[in-house]
Design a protein. Structure first.
Lengths: 227, 209
């Protein structure tokens, strides 16, 4: 009788969201365009001092990635909320936290992953030492899912409000700051030849914490937003 | 025996008391028609019964086929035995009719009828590869009914199911409701249309009084 195991439901939801994202390509490119634009505008604004750019590169790339992630957050639950399918997802017999995790994962695949893919290009553009590109990618790979997962809690709280924008950034930023600090710090340390494993472990533990702890508050906040 | 009970349910919205001391006792094969003026709390009641909204006071108690009794708001819902159709259809506009239904099917706990068969029954047989954004409002409503049929749920909670439907569509929904009741299902619904169903199984409550 049991037709759908939890894994199947997870996969079905990720597939659905990816398909929807594919049919909304314009929205897909929005955060990516923002990311690329901010990073390319920086050299124009600060002048072509390559030394300065080189030292600022990790910071620029990370701040741009963080803001791009924040811009794209609203899309996680907005359309589902507006067409009523969010209600149906919550009434589903499967645990809401798993459905939330599937949605956030799909969202990260379409908004976080493209940033990571273009980041090496932008690193070259800013003159970041090529030996540091790998580390930059690792920090992005560990850090951006944390941004999506913690952002989902905040967006779940504000999805019922007409204008939750300012509230959202206030809610989200305190959780984003540690990720930013440890990521950029790791790259700076590596640039001066120091070990960076501590920072990477902290980032990894933040990721594990976010995966295990955020789906429940997100699910609870969604229920609150709908009732 | 399947049944849906409420005990002393009350609902307050924006400091306004919509209803209180509401006791409903609905058995298998029965339909509860919720009547009342606009703003009398019909939708709120349906959202409470479906478990989306919390009641101010009281409990909603569900007894399933195996006789297991659960309090809907305290113990985490109906576990797949309830299907809800709200004001919004809940269809994804950028998916085709078929994709919408196959997603519903992958979430359902029970094996249900095939998608083609259900589409036939709701009169959307030729539209399976059409994007929902290209369907008319009535057709979208029919798709929502199709989702109901695929859910395999024994309790249907329907908020104005006839909205935007033509006479054929209304007849179709009535036929499906009757079939569902005959199979021992339960239905709670609001409607401004008069419902032509067997009065024996029909319970009416009016929230305006």
């Amino acid at each position: 009788m049991n037709q759908s195991s939890l894994i199947n439901v997870f996969v079905a939801l990720v597939k659905r969201d990816l398909l929807l994202a594919l049919r909304h390509r314009a929205e897909l490119f929005n955060p990516l365009m923002f990311f690329v634009l901010v990073v390319t505008l920086f050299p124009l604004g600060t002048g072509a001092d390559s030394k300065l750019l080189q030292t600022m590169a990790p910071g620029i790339i990370w701040v741009a990635a963080l803001l791009a992630a924040m811009l794209s957050l609203d899309a996680i639950f907005r359309s589902d909320f507006e067409d009523g399918s969010l209600e149906l997802l919550l009434l589903n017999p499967h645990p809401t936290s798993m459905l939330v995790l599937a949605k956030v994962f799909a969202h990260w695949l379409v908004t976080g992953l493209p940033l990571i893919i273009v980041a090496p290009l932008l690193a070259v553009f800013l003159g970041l030492d090529s030996s540091l590109t790998g580390l930059l990618l690792i920090t992005l790979l560990l850090g951006t899912p944390v941004l999506s997962l913690t952002g989902a809690v905040a967006i779940a709280l504000t999805v019922g409000l007409k204008r939750g924008g300012i509230l959202l950034s206030l809610l989200v930023l305190p959780f984003y700051v540690p990720v930013l600090i440890f990521s950029t710090n790791a790259i700076e340390m590596a640039a001066s030849g120091l070990p960076v494993m501590a920072q990477l472990w902290i980032l990894a533990s933040l990721l594990i914490l976010a995966i295990t702890l955020t789906p429940w508050p997100t699910a609870a906040a969604l229920k609150l937003s709908l009732s | 025996m399947i049944s849906l009970k409420t005990t002393d349910l009350s609902c307050i919205r924006d400091d306004r008391l919509l209803f209180e001391q509401l006791n409903i006792d609905l058995l298998a094969g029965q339909l509860l028609l919720v009547e009342g003026e606009n703003g009398s709390g019909k939708t709120s009641l349906l959202r409470i019964l479906s478990g989306i909204r919390l009641p101010e006071q009281g409990e909603v108690i569900w007894q399933n086929q195996q006789g297991v009794v659960t309090s809907v708001h305290d113990q985490g819902g109906y576990s797949g035995e309830m299907a809800f159709l709200g004001h919004q259809d809940g269809n994804k506009l950028d998916l085709t009719v078929f994709e919408n239904l196959s997603f519903t099917q992958s979430l359902a706990l029970k094996n249900t009828d095939g998608i083609e068969e259900v589409l036939n029954r709701v009169g959307l047989a030729l539209f399976d590869d059409i994007f929902v954004s290209n369907l008319s409002a009535g057709q979208r409503r029919r798709l929502a009914i199709a989702r109901l049929l695929l859910s395999g749920a024994s309790l249907w909670v329907l908020d104005e199911p006839f909205t935007a439907m033509d006479t054929k569509g209304i007849a179709m929904v009535e036929r499906e409701i009757e079939l569902h009741l005959q199979k021992g299902g339960l239905v709670v619904m609001t409607s401004h249309h008069s419902v032509s169903l067997n009065p024996e199984n029909l319970i009416k409550i009016n929230l305006s009084q």
